[in-house]
Design a protein around this ligand. Structure first.
Ligand SMILES: Cc1cc2nc3c(=O)[nH]c(=O)nc-3n(C[C@H](O)[C@H](O)[C@H](O)COP(=O)(O)OP(=O)(O)OC[C@H]3O[C@@H](n4cnc5c(N)ncnc54)[C@H](O)[C@@H]3O)c2cc1C
Length: 454
C-alpha cells in the first residue's frame, strides 16, 4: 500500500538545500546562462543525489505541480512558473575509467570537467561547442559537437543512465534494462525523466588542427557561397560551421573584433596540421581575414573553435535543419541576416552534418534529425521592447524563408516551440514511441515544462 506523505515530510529526506521564493539564495539558484527568463518555480530542490531528485518528483506529484530540471540554464526556454525545480548543480561527480575508456558523470557536471579529467589518459569526450554547457542536458538532446562528423552525436555513445522517472522511481537503464526508457532519454531530452548520472564512451584524444577564422562581415556573400560548395567535399575527419556574428563591444574580445559584424569560419580537422591546412586552403583564399586562429592545438583548447560566449546573456533562438544548401538558400540567409539586412540577430550559424552524424548508432536512440545535410541556428538578444519583438520575428522569418529546404530540426537547437511543433521533429513512429514511453514512466505527466513534446 502506498502511503501518501504530507508534502513537507516527503522533502524531509532531502540532503541538499530547499529554497522557496522568499528564501535567501533562491534567485542565485534559479538564474541560468539564458537571462532572458527569470525563472519563478514555486520551490527549488538543490539536489545532491538521486534520492533528493526522487523526493522532489514525489513532492511535485502529490501537489499536482510540474517538475523542471536545471543544471546550467544554457537551455532555459521558459520561466518555469510554479514548477518544482530540481537544481542539479551540486551533483558534480565525474570519474574516468581509462581502461574501459568511459566516463561516469552526475547531472551537474559541465563538459570542461570531463575534458580535463579525460585528457591525462589521452581520451576526450564528445562535448559541444562550449565546455560550459551541461553534459546531461546536452547529451539527452543529442549533442552535436566539433568531432561530430567522425563520431556522431554524444547520445550515440551513452552506455547507461540512472533516471528518476515521473513515478518517483530511480532506474538504471541500458540496452538490456528498460530499453524503451534508455532509447527515450538519449534524444528525448528531459521529457521522460531526470537523468541523475550517465556513463558514456570516450574517444581517443585526437590530433587536432582547428579553430576559427574571422572575416569581415561584408565578405559574407562570397564566404557563404564558397562554404556551401566546399563543406560537403570534406572528409569525415573534418567538421565545420560558418556563422554571421554581430559581436558586442566586449573588451574581453580581441580589439579588431569588438563591436564588429563578422563572418566566422569554424574548422576542426582530426589529423595532421599539413592535411588540415590543405583542406582549409580554399576557404582561406576567399577573403582577407581579420584574424586567422586556425592552428594545431591540444584538444583541451576546443572552445577556441566556436569561441562561444561564456557569461550569461539573454537569448531567443530558433533552428531548423536543411536537406541541402543551394545558392538560393544562401541568398535567403543573406537577405534576412547578411551585412545589408539590418538584422537584429547576433548569431546565424550553419553547421555541416553528414558523416557519422547520419549513421544510426549500435543501440538505436531517440535522436531526431540525424539525416539532414545542414543545421541552421539563429539567436538574438531580446533586451528592450523593440528587440523583444524584432528578434523572434526575424528568427521566424529567416527559418520560414528556408522552408523549401527544411528537413526538421535538432532538439538542442530548436529554441522556443510548442509541443506539437517540437513533436514534429520525430518520425510518426518515433514520436509515438516517445509519447508511449512517457505515458508509462511519467503517468501523471509531471515533466511538462521547458521542453515538451506533444
Ligand atoms: C553557448 C551554447 C553553446 C551550445 N552548443 C551546443 C552544441 O555545440 N551542440 C549541441 O548539441 N547543443 C549546444 N547547445 C545547446 C545545449 O546543448 C542545450 O541548450 C542543452 O539543453 C543545455 O543543457 P544544460 O544542462 O547546460 O542546460 P539547462 O538549461 O540546465 O537544461 C536545459 C534542458 O536540458 C534538459 N536537462 C538538463 N538536465 C537534465 C537532466 N539531469 N535530466 C534530464 N534532462 C535534463 C532539460 O530538458 C532542461 O530543461 C549550446 C547552447 C549554448 C547556450
Amino acid at each position: 500500500m502506498t502511503t501518501i506523505l504530507p508534502p513537507d515530510e516527503t522533502l524531509s529526506t532531502v540532503v541538499g538545500p530547499v529554497f522557496r521564493a522568499t528564501d535567501e539564495g533562491y534567485t542565485e539558484e534559479v538564474m541560468g546562462f539564458n537571462v532572458a527568463y527569470m525563472p519563478s518555480p514555486s520551490l527549488v530542490v538543490g539536489a545532491t543525489c538521486d534520492t533528493d531528485v526522487a523526493a522532489a518528483v514525489r513532492y511535485a506529484t502529490e501537489l499536482g505541480l510540474p517538475v523542471a530540471v536545471q543544471s546550467t540554464g544554457h537551455g532555459l526556454l521558459s520561466d518555469l512558473n510554479g514548477a518544482v525545480l530540481v537544481s542539479t548543480r551540486r551533483m558534480t561527480g565525474c570519474t574516468v575509467d581509462p581502461v574501459a575508456r568511459t566516463a561516469r558523470v552526475q547531472a551537474g557536471v559541465r563538459w570542461r570537467e570531463v575534458i580535463d579529467a579525460a585528457a591525462p589518459y589521452g581520451l576526450a569526450p564528445l562535448n559541444g561547442s562550449s565546455s560550459t554547457v551541461g553534459v546531461v542536458g546536452y547529451t539527452t538532446g543529442g549533442g552535436l559537437g566539433p568531432m561530430a562528423r567522425r563520431h556522431g552525436f554524444a547520445a550515440d555513445h551513452v552506455l547507461s543512465a540512472t533516471v528518476v522517472t515521473g513515478d518517483g522511481e530511480i532506474r538504471t537503464v541500458d540496452a538490456e534494462r528498460d530499453p524503451d526508457l534508455f532509447w527515450a532519454v538519449r534524444g528525448g531530452k528531459g521529457t521522460v525523466g531526470i537523468v541523475t548520472e550517465i556513463e558514456f564512451e570516450l574517444v581517443e584524444q585526437p590530433r587536432f588542427y582547428g579553430g576559427g577564422i574571422f572575416f569581415p562581415g561584408e565578405a559574407a556573400p562570397e564566404l557563404l557561397h564558397a562554404w556551401r560548395e566546399w563543406a560537403p567535399t570534406l572528409p569525415e575527419d573534418t567538421t565545420t560551421s560558418v556563422a554571421l556574428l554581430a559581436l558586442p563591444p566586449d573588451p574581453q574580445l580581441p580589439p579588431p573584433l569588438q563591436g564588429r559584424f563578422v563572418t566566422h569560419l569554424r574548422f576542426t580537422h582530426l589529423g595532421s596540421a599539413d592535411e588540415g591546412a590543405e583542406l582549409i586552403a580554399p576557404m582561406r583564399a576567399v577573403a582577407e581575414p581579420i584574424m586567422d586562429l586556425v592552428d594545431e592545438m591540444p584538444y583541451a583548447a576546443v572552445d577556441a573553435v566556436h569561441m562561444d560566449p561564456q557569461s550569461p546573456m539573454p537569448c531567443w533562438d530558433r533552428g531548423t535543419t536543411l536537406s541541402s544548401l543551394p545558392a538560393e538558400a544562401v541568398e535567403e540567409i543573406l537577405a534576412e541576416a547578411g551585412p545589408d539586412s539590418s538584422s537584429p540577430l547576433v548569431l546565424v550559424e550553419l553547421r555541416l552534418m553528414g558523416g557519422a552524424i547520419a549513421r544510426a548508432p549500435r543501440v538505436p536512440n531517440a535522436v531526431a534529425g540525424r539525416d539532414a545535410a545542414f543545421s541552421l541556428y539563429c539567436l538574438g538578444v531580446p533586451a528592450g521592447p523593440d528587440a523583444a519583438v524584432q528578434v523572434p520575428a526575424r528568427c521566424s522569418s529567416l527559418v520560414e524563408s528556408l522552408a523549401p529546404w527544411a528537413a526538421g530540426g535538432l532538439v538542442n537547437f530548436y529554441g522556443q516551440a510548442g509541443p506539437a511543433r517540437l513533436g514534429s521533429l520525430w518520425s510518426d513512429a518515433d514520436r509515438a514511441r516517445l509519447l508511449d514511453t512517457k505515458r508509462r514512466y511519467d503517468p501523471a505527466g509531471v515533466f511538462r515544462t521547458n521542453v515538451v513534446i506533444g
